[in-house]
Ligand binder design. Structure first.
Ligand code: HEC
Ligand code: HEC
Length: 268
């Protein structure tokens, strides 16, 4: 008879501990949830808040040319349906906001932070369907990307305007294809996806995402090649390199011959 109350007491104590622990966990959980509710929504990119932020930025910095609802004006095209990728490309390369009308929007230091660019992009994307900003896994070439194939694709699709090694070149009517020395992987992918200015769009039917990655890998490989002589001789290949080697070699031989001649004279 003395054993039972003890067991009950132990059981009660365990039960009480359980209740207290549960209550504490519940309090901490809901407290934390309430405390982080607002910031949590913003951090997770609450779509409507982001679009509202983008619309406010747009009215301030873009609407004067593109129109209050991005419908386009006499000065600038409509942005309905250009997609988030076009906005990310144009604003992250500093082309937009355009400072003055010219033959072509020049790239310059970006005016907006990446967060603001994403808000602008979300606003424009909300107006009509268009290409989304590609994800990192979409534009980053894999380690085993096919460089040789990327080079072939580059020569077929890009070099007519951007030169064989991406150094850029002049086009008609004062336009030019810029050198591909600065664009990030994402911007290269977006340029193909959206076709800025006079550049054509390369849809996924023309160049699959994997082929786009091979091209990016090729551009990265070409721009990583150093020019040890200081000049790259237009990277035209073995003919110019051979010519330069021949000219320098002949000059050195001539100097050596003259030196030998001078010594021979002195020895007489
Ligand atoms: C001074 C006028 C002006 C301002 C301000 C301006 N734009 Fe533009 N925008 C243009 C013109 C002109 C073009 C066409 C340029 C071209 O095709 O090279 C253009 C093109 C674009 C394009 C490419 C459209 C396409 O068909 O691919 C995007 C995207 C864009 N602008 C976004 C913006 C955003 C976002 C802002 C504000 C941050 C902005 N622009 C501010 C004049 C302007
Ligand atoms: C018909 C000519 C033409 C072809 C073909 C072309 N581009 Fe372009 N590209 C341009 C022009 C013009 C611009 C500049 C557009 C502007 O500033 O509005 C450009 C811009 C770019 C940029 C942005 C560079 C920067 O620093 O901002 C990249 C990246 C690019 N092109 C990559 C490519 C790739 C990759 C290909 C092949 C798949 C290609 N281009 C094919 C004409 C061309």
């Amino acid at each position: 008879m003395r054993v039972r109350p003890l067991r009950i007491r132990v059981r009660h104590r365990r039960l009480a501990g359980f209740v207290v622990l549960s209550a504490a966990l519940f309090a901490v959980g809901t407290g934390y949830g309430l405390a982080t509710e607002h910031t949590g929504a913003a951090a997770a990119g609450d779509p409507s808040a982001q679009i509202a932020q983008g619309r406010a930025l747009f009215l301030q910095g873009c609407a004067s040319c593109h129109g209050k609802a991005a419908e386009g004006t006499a000065n600038a095209p409509s942005l309905i349906g250009v997609g988030a990728a076009a906005v990310d490309f144009q604003v992250s390369t500093g082309r937009m906001p355009l400072a003055q009308q010219g033959a072509q929007a020049p790239a310059k230091r970006p005016r907006y932070t990446q967060e603001q660019i994403e808000a602008l992009a979300a606003y424009v994307a909300s107006l009509g369907p268009g290409p989304a900003i590609p994800g990192k896994e979409q534009y980053t070439p894999p380690k085993n990307a096919d460089l040789a194939f990327g080079g072939t694709l580059f020569r077929t699709n890009c070099s007519a305007c951007h030169n064989f090694t991406g150094e850029g070149g002049a086009l008609a009517y004062g336009k030019k294809a810029p050198p591909l020395t600065h664009a990030t992987d994402r911007q290269i992918y977006e340029a193909m996806l959206t076709g800025p200015g006079t550049m054509p769009v390369f849809s996924d039917a023309q160049l699959t995402p994997q082929e786009k990655q091979d091209i990016i890998a090729y551009i990265n490989a070409v721009r990583a090649v150093p020019d040890p002589g200081g000049f790259n001789l237009g990277r035209l290949g073995p003919v110019t390199e051979g010519l330069v080697a021949w000219l320098i070699g002949m000059a050195v031989l001539a100097v050596v011959a003259m030196w030998i001649g001078a010594r021979a004279k002195r020895a007489q």
